[in-house]
Design a protein around this ligand. Structure first.
Ligand SMILES: Nc1ncnc2c1ncn2[C@@H]1O[C@H](COP(=O)(O)OP(=O)(O)O)[C@@H](O)[C@H]1O
Ligand SMILES: O=P(O)(O)O[C@H]1O[C@H](CO)[C@@H](O[C@H]2O[C@H](CO)[C@@H](O)[C@H](O)[C@H]2O)[C@H](O)[C@H]1O
Length: 461
């Protein structure tokens, strides 16, 4: 144990890599250096907020922890204890302790360097208990009494978090496709404000797009003679509505935060970045090697052609079916942070809205292909029907986007750029799956192989 509050820095180096939200699992943790803790609850039980610098070779990244302690023999899951024999635990699962986070926002409290605040004009209901959500996520979210959801950002970067920034901008623009932000927690890091948490209205009846799309594909593949438009779970109407929702979010972001034109020099930088990503991923994943020349040709086609103009703007940055929720009122977009591995400056860079379109098109491919991965039994007919499902829903999504007049216009009018963005995303996915879910690596690899075999003449482009 080190420090008067007993933060077990030595044990944290072993504990952190066991946590789903820890983003540094690709290399060993050398040392963990806690900053001065903030006492949130004093006494028994006690709660501290602690920022720790995690040192991994040259890389030093700050993460936040909520550290709990109570006397006696508390029932704490062993995975929450900071190592065997430690009496300090990760407190996000302790409802007696986390209740204070909402109460402090409701009261507008300041504790040392931490500011807890309701958004202007919001009256928060305090006194609610929280439970952590159990879905796979990169941060930690607590649901308070089915009313609010508080996202605690784990890896911290100085400045207002892009998720909070874009939610606020969209809300101020009257956008119907985001959950309302009602509060926030802000701290200080390297002399700058840093977003610790974002409180939003919780939508208990929402279903995520990945679950809905997966149900639709499963339904189709279960009926051997069905076509995608005949299956009971046809998703095309939802895909079209989703396309319109994304177009409206893009238009609101463009109006609220501005756009910049894309000249040839900017396009050349974009192509260069695609090549650089490919260099890195191909070096780490040898299975990508056969596709590298065709990928390079698809990227270079962007620089060579006289393309219709698309301006740059704030975009979602990591849009896929798991980042959208269907409520009775329509589709909502979540989690505007961008790609988890991207440096913060890159996440804030203005980009083509076609990148988000490409992300969602990749996701339709994932939804269709997930049931074929490792499934040696399926024949060519099953693969063809899964492909048909993806084509149908990709086309419906693009039609919805075009109809709603998003800033990218009709995505299919930008076939060369859209194809390059899709392939670039698939290269990112190869790296993501290689590092996180090796069983899924076949999905983006197969998509790249199909696309490079078919060339630009593929079905929907
Ligand atoms: N306002 C909300 N209402 C209901 N569920 C939500 C809401 N916001 C997020 N969720 C759920 O929480 C999950 C994680 O949220 P997300 O913002 O993607 O976190 P992370 O950045 O940690 O991945 C989502 O997939 C969704 O299931
Ligand atoms: O949701 P995150 O911001 O953590 O995004 C990361 O994880 C996603 C997987 O959970 C990953 O998405 C990929 O798999 C999805 C199916 O699980 C699929 O719908 C997406 O199209 C595919 O990219 C995402 O790339 C990664 O950044």
């Amino acid at each position: 144990m080190t420090g008067e509050h007993g933060i077990p820095a030595g044990r944290l180096a072993q504990w952190l890599p066991t946590q789903r939200w820890f983003a540094g699992k690709d290399r060993p943790v050398d040392v963990v250096r806690p900053h001065e803790p903030t006492v949130l609850i004093e006494g028994d039980p006690a709660l501290w907020h602690v920022v720790v610098d995690v040192v991994q070779g040259e890389r030093i990244e700050p993460y936040q922890l909520f550290v709990g302690w109570r006397s006696g023999t508390p029932e704490i899951a062993s995975s929450a204890l900071f190592g065997e024999g430690s009496d300090r635990y990760e407190a996000c699962g302790d409802a007696d302790l986390t209740a204070m986070l909402l109460d402090a926002m409701a009261a507008g409290t300041r504790i040392d360097g931490l500011s807890f605040a309701a958004e202007p004009g919001e009256q928060l209901i305090g006194g609610l208990r929280a439970r952590p959500i159990t879905t796979e996520q990169s941060n930690t979210s607590l649901v308070y009494g089915g009313q609010y959801i508080l996202k605690l950002f784990r890896k911290l970067s100085p400045g207002i978090n892009k998720d909070l920034l874009l939610h606020r901008a969209l809300q101020a623009a009257g956008c119907a496709h985001v959950a309302r932000v009602v509060g926030s927690i802000t701290g200080e890091l390297a002399g700058e404000p840093v977003t610790i948490g974002m409180l939003q209205e919780y939508l208990p009846d929402a279903v995520d797009g990945w679950a809905m799309a997966s149900t639709s594909v499963r339904d189709l593949l279960a009926g051997p003679d069905l076509q995608p438009d005949e299956a009971g779970g046809d998703f095309a109407a939802e895909a079209e509505r989703l396309g319109a929702a994304v177009a409206e979010v893009h238009a609101d972001l463009a109006r609220a935060l501005g756009t910049e034109p894309v000249d040839r020099a900017e396009l050349a930088r974009t192509v260069q970045a695609m090549h650089e990503r490919l260099d890195q991923v191909a070096a780490a994943v040898p299975q990508l090697a056969p596709q590298v020349p065709a990928l390079r040709a698809a990227f270079d086609a962007v620089g060579a052609a006289d393309l219709p103009p698309v301006s740059r703007q704030y975009i979602h940055g990591d849009l896929h079916l798991g980042q959208v929720l269907r409520t009775v009122g329509g589709w909502l977009l979540l989690d505007f942070e961008g790609e988890p591995a991207a440096p913060v400056a890159q996440r804030h860079a203005l980009q083509s809205p076609l990148r988000d379109v490409a992300g969602m098109l990749r996701s339709f491919d994932y939804a269709a292909q997930q049931f074929l991965v490792g499934e040696a039994e399926h024949g060519p007919e099953t693969a063809a029907r899964a492909q048909e499902w993806a084509w149908r829903n990709r086309a419906a999504f693009c039609a919805g986007y075009a109809e709603a007049d998003g800033p990218a216009g009709d995505p299919l009018a930008h076939a060369v750029l859209l194809r390059a963005f899709e392939l670039d995303k698939a290269v990112y996915e190869v790296a993501y799956e290689h590092a996180n879910r090796p069983d899924w690596l076949a999905v983006p690899l197969a998509a790249i192989a199909r696309s490079t075999e078919e060339g630009e003449g593929s079905r929907d482009q």
